[in-house]
Design a protein around this ligand. Structure first.
Ligand code: NAG
Ligand code: NAG
Ligand code: NAG
Length: 343
């Protein structure tokens, strides 16, 4: 529950002071969240029992903030007709924000996540040897063998912003932003994921990775149809002790920009999943997702008690926002817009 409150607070309203009663079935709510206020501050001379920025509101008139309106909406049944349910496979266009990165138009080399109509977040390691002319970005894809359908939108990059402190050895700061030359048309099956709730650790929650990486370490090819793997977020301390045990030095420490997930046999991100989203459902909205991590690196794939490493989006958010504010083309839209509806 506390998570949800923080989630709402991060955006446009501060709800800390709300909820104080101001009469029978009346309570103080932030101005704008009441359909008809009982106390019109301009017309009534005595002071309102609420704070300046609030209205005293009858509970029937109160507005509730709904789920994010324009981000993170998955298509749990897929789009474009029924397909058979396959274990660990996403439905067609189930996740409208996953994009495939293709070199020379044909060679898949990783994935990314659409966070606004013209910004894709991916892993810095995928961009190491790339210039903007080396690859294309494909939205609306599901089966990489079918990239000519009407759901598909191809884009090119106009700029790549890799984190200057990316460290290939430790995986620290493994994040890059790709600015698209032309925005995606944000209509089904393409849409952005929600931003992460700041300050929230999803410790022990089950979340998803979607991408086109190899099904397992020994597989020769990528998965043509998009994978969907559900796995738990592993706490920092558990992850450090597991990875120390997995053959590494006793002093092994996770970089603060990294979080861990997985560690269950056969359920893991793998080669080719780099840059793909680790996403978690927003509390109370099981089909709406926020971006929590970027597939970063791992030790083999799918080994029990060996979690994989993800770049922690929540941790990187100040950097991301700085790039968006300082450097990239404006206007941009970073925050999801929340729907407000009557109770
Ligand atoms: C892997 O891809 C190659 C080239 O497309 C293909 O010839 C081969 O059959 C694939 N292997 C498997 C196991 O799917
Ligand atoms: C991700 O980073 C945020 C912000 O630094 C932190 O609060 C959170 O605990 C981290 N998540 C994990 C699973 O380590
Ligand atoms: C907001 O949500 C309500 C109920 O969930 C819905 O009826 C309304 O159409 C939504 N508003 C917008 C702008 O989509």
């Amino acid at each position: 529950m506390w998570r949800r409150v923080i989630f709402i607070r991060c955006c446009f309203w501060t709800l800390t002071e709300t909820g104080a009663p101001c009469g029978l079935q009346m309570e103080c709510v932030p101005q704008g969240l009441c359909k008809t206020s009982a106390w019109n501050q301009n017309a009534i001379s005595w002071p309102s029992p609420c704070q300046r920025s609030e209205s005293c509101c009858h509970s029937s008139q109160k507005l509730v903030i709904g789920a994010p309106l324009n981000c993170g909406k998955s298509n749990p049944n897929g789009l474009g007709g029924t397909v058979e349910e396959v274990v660990d496979q996403a439905k067609p266009n189930e996740f409208p924000w996953t994009v495939a990165l293709m070199q020379n138009l044909i060679n898949f080399f990783g994935a990314g996540t659409l966070v606004t109509e013209n910004i894709v977040i991916t892993a810095a390691h995928l961009m190491l040897d790339k210039t903007i002319n080396d690859f294309g970005i494909i939205g609306g894809a599901w089966d990489l063998k079918q990239l000519a359908g009407k759901t598909i939108q191809w884009r090119t990059a106009t700029r790549i912003v890799s984190h200057p402190d990316f460290n290939k050895m430790t995986g620290a700061n493994n994040i890059a932003l790709i600015v698209l030359e032309t925005s995606f048309v944000m209509k089904p099956p393409i849409g952005p994921i929600c931003w992460p709730t700041s300050g929230v650790s999803f410790d022990r929650e089950r979340c998803l990775v979607a991408g086109w990486g190899r099904p397992d370490f020994l597989a020769k090819n990528y998965s043509y149809k998009q994978k969907k793997i559900d796995l738990p977020i592993v706490s920092r301390s558990d992850c450090e002790s597991l990875l120390r045990r997995t053959a590494f030095v006793q002093s092994f420490q996770l970089d603060p920009t990294i979080l861990c997930a997985g560690g269950e046999r056969g359920r893991d991100a793998c080669i080719g999943d780099g840059g793909s989203p680790l996403m978690c459902p927003i509390p109370g909205h099981p089909a709406i997702y926020e971006l929590v991590g970027i597939v970063n690196s791992g030790f083999s794939c799918g080994l029990e008690n060996v979690p994989a490493l993800y770049t922690n989006i929540s941790h990187m958010r100040p950097w991301i926002e700085k790039q968006l504010n300082d450097e990239l083309n404006k206007p941009y839209k970073t925050f999801p817009i929340y729907n407000i509806s009557y109770d």
